[in-house]
Design a protein around this ligand. Structure first.
Ligand code: ZN
Length: 134
């Protein structure tokens, strides 16, 4: 597959409202979008950092995978998202050929309406990995 850049880094936070002043006032980044992804039970906030982004993830329900992540590991980096140039479906097929465990068998819509799919951290050297269309 061909990866063009790191699309974003996903960071799990207990509260976007509490996290944003650090990113905006200390780091000087600007939040340009806050959006709730209902089926993922997560609220997201996006900040641009050059060609890449930070995606803050706040759980909207105790059943959210983000809530479970924070419970187990605390707040922090949750996943890395790579932009793939030849489409998420092609990249997934390639991963399957290589025996990589896939969480999303087919691309689905993530935040910002992009096609995305997650690879299982058991197959990705411990890092939850998201593939995004660029
Ligand atoms: Zn993400």
């Amino acid at each position: 597959m061909k990866i063009s850049h790191i699309e974003h880094l996903g960071i799990a936070v207990k509260s976007i409202e509490e996290a944003l002043p650090y990113y905006e006032n200390v780091l000087g980044l600007k939040c340009y979008n806050i959006e709730t992804v209902e089926d993922q039970k997560v609220k997201t906030a996006f900040l641009k950092v050059g060609d890449t982004k930070i995606e803050l993830l706040e759980p909207t329900s105790p059943e959210s995978t983000i809530a479970k992540f924070i419970e187990n590991k605390g707040q922090g980096i949750h996943h890395i998202a790579f932009a793939v140039e030849d489409g998420v479906a092609n990249a997934l097929a390639e991963c399957e050929e290589n025996g990589i465990k896939i969480i999303d068998k087919a691309p689905r819509k993530g935040a910002e309406g992009l096609n995305i799919a997650f690879l299982h951290p058991k197959s990705t050297q411990g890092v939850l990995t998201e593939l995004c269309e660029s």
